[in-house]
Write a protein that binds this ligand. Structure first.
Ligand code: NAD
Length: 288
């Protein structure tokens, strides 16, 4: 079984490596050459990667990018009844439309966005949120087992993306809360390490606090301790919060804190912080 893995960025390259190390035949491709060089088994063209593949995994920035790949004439080279697994975080309606289009072409499709960051991708411990047909999930399970350690099946096409939108709404709001709290702690002359360890062992504990602590030092592996290299780029969190905002608007649900958080991250990303880890917004809060 040949797997075509498209999108070899921060998340895609370690995920493709997990599959390769588990013994699967994986051929990667990315639109950017420097990303291709992150995965040893990259092809020189999308066509070569897709040719006779029975599984296509996409790990791309947005729904438009997934659409670009799915609309490419090279898709005709996939094996009959191929399984398309989109692990990117994209908007719910776009995901449903892609699944309908895939079905019309004789493919099965799952939306399977992830949580866990590049560290989870490298360790094969990602959490998958999956939507699509159960028979497609059965086909994909051996692959999910290599790349992740937790999976929640939500139901119809698009429900994995719906879960991811809600999940990242929590992450975004929590991220901003942690940044504001550290800015205030700093302004009040509190010691960063002591404050971090207090929160880590008290009610303010969270994955975001421990892994994306916004000040350099207390969490040595966090992006803040590495010049805010992502991690999770602020442009991607801004995109995800926009997805949550649009999903809420579509069903008439008010999410005022989420809307404000989406606005703040969009402003930060557009103001030059887009390629930094989202925790870098701390610096603008502290300066203000
Ligand atoms: P990234 O920007 O590091 O990587 C995306 C890659 O896709 C890039 O290498 C880019 O060149 C490539 N690409 C873009 N358009 C393409 C196309 N049409 N054809 C081929 N390649 C194309 O992003 P990432 O951090 O790896 O995130 C990927 C997806 O995973 C996003 O949807 C993101 O929201 C989601 N995600 C990221 C994280 C994280 O912590 N980084 C965590 C969970 C989910």
């Amino acid at each position: 079984m040949k797997i075509a893995f498209i999108g070899l960025g921060t998340m895609g390259s370690p995920m493709a490596n997990c599959l390769k190390e588990a013994g699967f035949s994986v051929v990667g491709w990315d639109a950017v050459d420097s990303a291709c060089s992150r995965f040893e088994y990259s092809s020189s063209s999308l066509g070569d990667a897709l040719s006779q593949a029975s599984v296509l995994i996409t790990m791309l920035p947005s729904g438009d990018d997934v659409q670009v790949v799915h609309s490419d004439p090279a898709m005709a080279g996939l094996a009959e009844n191929a399984l398309l697994i989109d692990c990117s975080t994209i908007d719910v309606e776009a995901s449903k439309a892609l699944a309908t289009e895939a079905e019309a072409k004789g493919f099965q499709m799952l939306d399977a966005p992830v949580s866990g960051g590049p560290e989870g991708a490298a360790a094969g411990t990602l959490a998958f949120m999956v939507g699509g047909e159960e028979t497609a999930l059965e086909r994909a399970n051996p692959l999910f087992d290599c790349m992740g350690s937790k999976l929640t099946y939500f139901g119809d096409a698009g429900t994995g993306q719906a879960a991811k939108a809600c999940h990242n709404l929590i992450c975004g709001i929590t991220g901003l809360a942690v940044c504001e709290a550290f800015a205030l702690a700093d302004a009040l002359d509190l010691d960063h390490d002591k404050f971090f360890n207090l929160c880590k062992n008290a009610a303010a504990q969270s994955w975001i606090l421990e892994n994306r602590c916004p000040v350099p030092g207390p969490a040595p592996k966090a992006p803040a301790s590495n010049d805010y290299a992502p991690g999770f780029a602020a442009r991607l969190l801004a995109k995800d919060l926009g997805i949550a905002r649009d999903a809420a608007a579509a069903v008439g649900q008010d999410i005022p804190i989420g809307q404000e958080t989406a606005r703040r991250y969009a402003e930060f990303a557009e103001g030059g912080g887009g390629n930094l880890d989202f925790s870098a917004i701390y610096r603008t809060i502290r300066q203000a």
